[in-house]
Write a protein that binds this ligand. Structure first.
Ligand SMILES: Cc1cc2nc3c(=O)[nH]c(=O)nc-3n(C[C@H](O)[C@H](O)[C@H](O)COP(=O)(O)O)c2cc1C
Length: 190
């Protein structure tokens, strides 16, 4: 395959999306959308999450050291788009109809519609120039019950989850994995 050098980019390197849930000081929930999320090994599997700039989610993580990471699915795309393009500093960001529950182990809000949720506790943070990496202990995984059915194949269970990936090419696009197709949706329609 003939290749050309281009400016630094991760376009076309698909990224899974997570909606991070935190509580505000008044106990109400806030969600933001994040893709700079991956895993690392430190005696056990941990999560690495990078947040750039000033975000309400970041303020809450600094304050409480905990958050939930809710896997985004095809059904959650409109919410991913809304939570990712509406700053938490906007009054009324969370005045939308969405079912929210409480974490099983940590004081974090979680999305009822997400089939895979990590409850995360920050163990270390690495301040960077304009960003910060949080290395987190996975305190609990909440998985949709159907996903524990070993009778079902991985393909069947992946189809149930219906996760989406995102690329930052153009204005950013969401793709389904079942099979890869461009998901269409109306911006900010929740
Ligand atoms: C698809 C998508 C992925 C995003 N990924 C990240 C990310 O990995 N890191 C980050 O700092 N911001 C990311 N953002 C931007 C935040 O979601 C955005 O700044 C949001 O307003 C934060 O909400 P908050 O202020 O309630 O925390 C992403 C936005 C979108 C739409």
């Amino acid at each position: 395959m003939e290749k050309v050098s281009i400016k630094t980019s991760n376009n076309f390197c698909p990224q899974a999306l997570f909606l991070y849930g935190t509580y505000k000081e008044d106990g109400t929930p806030n969600f933001g959308t994040f893709c700079w999320f991956s895993y690392c090994w430190d005696s056990e599997m941990k999560v690495m999450a990078c947040i750039g700039g000033e975000k309400l989610t970041k303020d809450h993580i600094h304050a409480g050291k905990v958050f939930s990471a809710n896997l985004a699915t095809e059904a959650l795309i409109p919410y991913a788009e809304y939570f990712g393009n509406t700053t938490g500093y906007t009054k009324g960001k969370m005045d939308i109809p969405i079912e929210i529950e409480h974490g099983a182990v940590l004081p974090v809000p979680i999305l009822k519609a997400s089939p895979w949720v990590f409850e995360l506790e920050v163990e270390q943070s690495v301040p960077l120039n304009g960003g910060e990496i949080f290395i987190c202990k996975i305190r609990n995984v909440l998985a949709a019950k159907e996903l524990t059915d070993e009778e079902k194949s991985a393909e069947e269970r992946m189809e149930l989850v219906a996760p989406v990936i995102w690329t930052s090419s153009g204005n950013g696009q969401y793709f389904s994995l079942n099979p890869i197709k461009k998901e269409t949706f109306e911006k900010n329609k929740t």
